[in-house]
Design a binder for this molecule. Structure first.
Ligand code: ADP
Ligand code: MG
Length: 257
């Protein structure tokens, strides 16, 4: 069980290679419950791969991720760790919501149907109860009036807010965001960041890969700068952004700020 001293998420010496290409090089990281961690860095630095390793969408080449002390994707049998069964893994994944750059909504389902899908199908929540909860979540992301719209009838910002509500419907312990605003027209970015900011204020634990430096500065408790598959620098955002210690961090910030 979680204790106050145990981080919600612990990443230990995590490495990932694709063939001969080592994309993550012994990453160590912890995320405390209620904290917002923003990951920034150049394209190709391994941010998405790291995020995907957190919920075992990518299988680490070595090292491990622990969610509330339990290894992700793996299970102890005696002294040894084995790959989880698909069912065990999907149970564990339910504790980590993930929101991607593209919204990945079911196109033939309304906003409401998208949000109730997993609770009803995966968790067996009674439909009436799932609808009530989904309406509460759609209201929270400012879309109760669009509950019966199809994705094609919604703007990108609205679709992404539905995607966030859909993740929240599974009551995850933490939320992972991979550049959630990168595919949006600039005028739609703010409405999605506002929802994420509200979630953060409510105490949701979040790991957010983003290029939105103002968001990172204002909302993150912890900022991680990655380059070339390593964490070059990490700390409170004001420290990392205001007084970067490494030339690579300074060069990146000069380009994005
Ligand atoms: P970022 O999200 O920081 O832009 P990625 O994690 O997407 O970086 O990618 C890091 C590196 O890993 C890139 O060089 C990319 O081409 C490579 N990569 C990512 N996924 C795969 C894959 N499935 N197969 C092979 N190479 C990959
Ligand atoms: Mg990426």
């Amino acid at each position: 069980m979680a204790t106050t001293s145990m981080p919600l998420l612990t990443v230990e010496r995590l490495s990932k290679s694709f063939g001969a290409h080592q994309v993550l090089k012994s990453i160590d990281m912890t995320v405390a419950a209620g904290d917002v961690t923003c990951i920034v860095g150049p394209s190709g630095s391994g941010k998405s791969t790291l995020l995907r390793c957190l919920n075992y969408l990518e299988v680490p080449s070595s090292g491990a991720v622990f969610l509330e002390g339990e290894p992700v994707g793996l299970r102890w049998k005696g002294e040894k760790l084995y790959r989880m069964s698909f069912n065990e893994l999907s149970m564990q994944r339910q504790r980590m919501g993930m929101v991607f750059q593209g919204f990945h909504l079911f196109p033939h389902k309304t906003a409401l149907e998208n949000v109730i899908e997993a609770p009803v199908v995966v968790k067996g929540v009674p439909k009436a109860q799932a609808i009530e909860e989904a309406m509460r979540l759609l209201d929270k992301v400012g879309l109760s009036e669009r509950a019966h719209y199809y994705p094609a009838q919604l703007s990108g910002g609205q679709q992404q807010r539905v995607a966030i509500a859909r993740s929240l419907a599974m009551q995850p312990a933490l939320m992972l965001f991979d550049e959630p605003t990168s595919a949006l027209d600039p005028e739609l970015v703010g409405e999605v960041l506002a929802v994420m900011r509200q979630l953060a204020e409510e105490g949701m634990t979040m790991v957010v890969v983003t290029h939105e430096m103002a968001f990172a500065r204002d909302v993150a408790d912890h900022l991680v700068f990655m380059d070339g598959g390593v964490i070059v620098e990490a700390g409170p955002p004001r420290t990392v952004l205001g007084n970067p210690q490494h030339a690579r961090t300074r060069a990146f910030l000069a380009r994005v700020q």
